[in-house]
Write a protein that binds this ligand. Structure first.
Ligand SMILES: Nc1ncnc2c1ncn2[C@@H]1O[C@H](COP(=O)(O)OP(=O)(O)OP(=O)(O)O)[C@@H](O)[C@H]1O
Length: 274
């Protein structure tokens, strides 16, 4: 028997429009690969939402749709007039540009940066590097930095885009635990100061609880919202705290249940009697 499915409410009704709203969004690749099935989900302005789900359940697909990199097969996505920036597991910096040059390039394409001089953009890039604690590293090339530092540059570049909405696809997945912890603190500070709305994909349940106001769980493919977990713990949180561990364990149990539910028919084959 499958577990009862709890649908996410379609948006909030506390008087303001969400920053991102997906309404019954489905995505079919090719003729028949249903990646997302009627996903309804919203991210409030200034809210930090973490998205969890089994591998291949459509998390990256969902972010790409919100970013406008691809179009849904059905349903509506409303990002209002938000400026959207995206961060991936790989920082994707241009290796032939300096750290500052990478950020200056992003500044050049923003509406306010387009009419600025190179000197102004360099100064702004230096300010952004200070924000991510990389002051003084502007003249380095990406390969001279550690993985964590490169992700900080990617974060500074996202900030250079003057984004209101930050879409993050496992941005810290390749980093060691200590570096990840530091970046959690920095991301949280920047999110608060800039009042960003964040949609953050991760496989790491504790990371989701450490960062999120809400953790949204997708079913195995086709991805569908099956449950959401509000995270009422005070901030800043510690990934290794008992409170984070407790909620993470509840979410992990739910995720495991979902993965098993999905795997069972294939594992047992037809006529297994369940
Ligand atoms: N461009 C594409 N063309 C065809 N199929 C695709 C494409 N992109 C993704 N898929 C398929 O859609 C499904 C969802 O993929 P997606 O990458 O969104 O999942 P995910 O939850 O982000 O996975 P993971 O957690 O492993 O990163 C997978 O079955 C994948 O093979």
């Amino acid at each position: 028997m499958t577990a009862p499915i709890q649908e996410l409410r379609p948006g909030r009704t506390d008087g303001h429009e969400p920053a991102v709203r997906l309404d019954a969004v489905s995505k079919v690749y090719g003729r028949e690969l249903l990646a997302l099935d009627q996903v309804t989900l919203s991210v409030d302005q200034g809210e930090f939402v973490c998205l969890l789900g089994a591998s291949g359940c459509g998390k990256s697909t969902l972010l790409n749709l919100v970013a406008g990199l691809d179009r849904p097969t059905a349903g509506e996505i409303d990002t209002r007039d938000a400026r959207i920036a995206m961060m991936f597991q790989e920082p994707a910096l241009f290796p032939w540009l300096t750290v500052s040059g990478n950020i200056e390039l992003a500044l050049r394409v923003t509406s306010s940066g387009r009419n600025t001089t190179k000197k102004e953009r360099r100064a702004r890039a230096a300010e952004l590097l200070e924000i991510v604690h990389l002051g003084g590293f502007g003249g380095k090339r990406p390969h001279e930095l550690s993985g964590g530092m490169r992700q900080r540059v990617a974060l500074a570049r996202a900030l250079a885009q003057e984004a209101d909405v930050l879409l993050m696809d496992e941005p810290f997945g390749a980093l060691d635990a200590m570096t990840r912890d530091l970046l959690h603190d920095e991301l949280e500070r920047i999110w608060r100061e800039r009042e960003l709305s964040v949609l953050f994909v991760t496989h790491n349940v504790r990371e989701a609880v450490r960062l999120g106001d809400r953790v949204v769980l997708l079913s195995s493919r086709p991805g569908k919202v099956i449950e959401e977990f509000p995270v009422a713990l005070p901030r800043p949180r510690r990934t290794d705290s008992a409170e984070v561990a407790e909620l993470a364990s509840t979410i992990t149990d739910r995720l495991r249940q979902e993965v098993l539910r999905h795997a069972r028919p294939a594992a047992q084959g037809p006529g297994s009697g369940e």
